[in-house]
Design a protein around this ligand. Structure first.
Ligand code: SAH
Length: 370
């Protein structure tokens, strides 16, 4: 939750930066009652109105105060791509010129929006193309919730966003406050009103932030596991060196206690000859038996210069069967939007500096020619 700014005559605040509590605090400073927050949220998120003059249930002086000291600004779409399977990807430009990517995945009876939390990423997972951009900055709450507003506007009234996954660019738990405020808005009945089961945060395992999240925001949790030994996970998901598997699984168990039948979704990218042996599958069964879990196997999406290959269909199928037979509900993620590079781990600006990427891969111990 963001704290309220002191109304500063020299500064205009983006009102999308506040969740309901933040807006209530903002209005309190102005001597206004808390219900102003929900009135404003209804205009913005449900009526799609960004002109204060049209917010007729607010008093005239309040409207002119807001027009003078506040604004409602979303990122702007600069590229829209529509894949043959209906998946849409938008590159949105933020106020400082950076680009952020958002993907809409339509499925029977639902529409999932994959939302970014940072520009670039600091975590250097060796199989992820966003990692090669390096880290630029955190997105503000307005830039995160703005992705939903822009996407819904683009999709029109017939296509609804029914689910949100924080699985775009960035590590959401390293942008904690802004991501939590945005998720509050996703679930708030006066904003997007999604149930907590339909809002998922995905983390590579920032353990202290996982505990904090369990305390302050009840959303569905997905954890990018990808390996069952610390030795391999250290290579694939380097944050494992700081928060190894034992601590990660303990944090997952803590989160699972939030509700009786709650499960954690584990994501596991299938890398040929790296983490896809039957021994890995058995290790996974052992590990996941310690937490109420579901498993989502993600076929690796290659990108130029990546040193990995995706496991064969046969291997993925065997892996899945073994896990299912052991009683762990296992699905294989369908690759969507691959003709527009909208698939998992491919969210990276087209204007990628290849020489930098080459150097980074080398620094991580890979020969990019491999
Ligand atoms: N930082 C967060 C969320 C972003 S990535 C996290 O690590 O969970 C969302 C998912 O896509 C993660 O499970 C990530 O490991 C996976 N992913 C990244 N690159 C990929 C690739 N090239 N192919 C398949 N999945 C990938």
């Amino acid at each position: 939750m963001n704290s309220a700014p002191a109304p500063d005559k020299t500064q205009s605040v983006n009102l999308l930066d506040f969740d309901r509590k933040g807006l209530e605090a903002f209005f309190a400073v102005l001597g206004e009652k808390p219900f102003r927050a929900t009135q404003l949220m209804k205009w913005i998120y449900q009526e799609g109105v960004d002109d204060f003059d049209r917010m007729t249930n607010l008093s005239k002086p309040l409207r002119s105060y807001l027009a003078e000291h506040g604004h409602i600004a979303t990122p702007e779409v600069v590229v829209e791509q529509i894949a043959s399977d209906g998946t849409r990807k938008w590159a949105m430009q933020t106020h400082c010129g950076n680009r952020v990517e958002t993907v809409f995945i339509p499925e029977e009876g639902r529409g999932t929006l994959c939302v970014s939390s940072q520009i670039g990423c600091a975590l250097a997972c060796s199989f992820c193309s966003t990692a090669q951009q390096g880290f630029n900055r955190n997105l503000g709450t307005s830039e995160i919730i703005g992705q939903l507003l822009v996407a819904q506007r683009r999709l029109g009234p017939d296509k609804k966003i029914t689910n949100v996954v924080m699985m775009g660019m960035g590590e959401p738990l390293l942008n904690f406050d802004n991501v939590v405020a945005a998720m509050h808005l996703m679930m708030d009945d006066f904003a997007f009103g999604l149930s907590k089961r339909r809002v998922t945060i995905s983390t590579s395992g920032v353990v202290p932030a996982m505990y904090r999240l369990t305390q302050v925001c009840d959303v569905s949790l997905a954890v990018s596991l990808h390996a069952v030994t610390d030795e391999l996970r250290d290579q694939l998901v380097p944050i494992n060196k700081k928060y190894p598997l034992k601590e990660l699984m303990e944090a997952c168990r803590d989160n699972a206690k939030l509700a009786p039948r709650r499960t954690i979704t584990f994501e596991y990218v299938m890398l040929d000859g790296v983490n896809d042996s039957m021994e890995d599958a058995r290790g996974l069964i052992k590990l996941l038996k310690t937490v109420p879990s579901k498993l989502n196997l993600i076929p690796f999406n290659p990108f130029p210069g990546s040193p990995y290959r995706c496991s064969s269909n046969h291997t993925i199928h065997r892996f899945k069967t073994l896990l299912n037979e052991a009683g762990i509900v296992t699905t294989v993620r369908k690759t969507r939007g691959d003709d527009i590079d909208a698939a998992c781990g491919q969210l990276v600006g087209k204007v990628d500096d290849k020489s930098r990427r080459h150097l980074k891969l080398k620094a991580m111990g890979f020969d990019s020619a491999a």
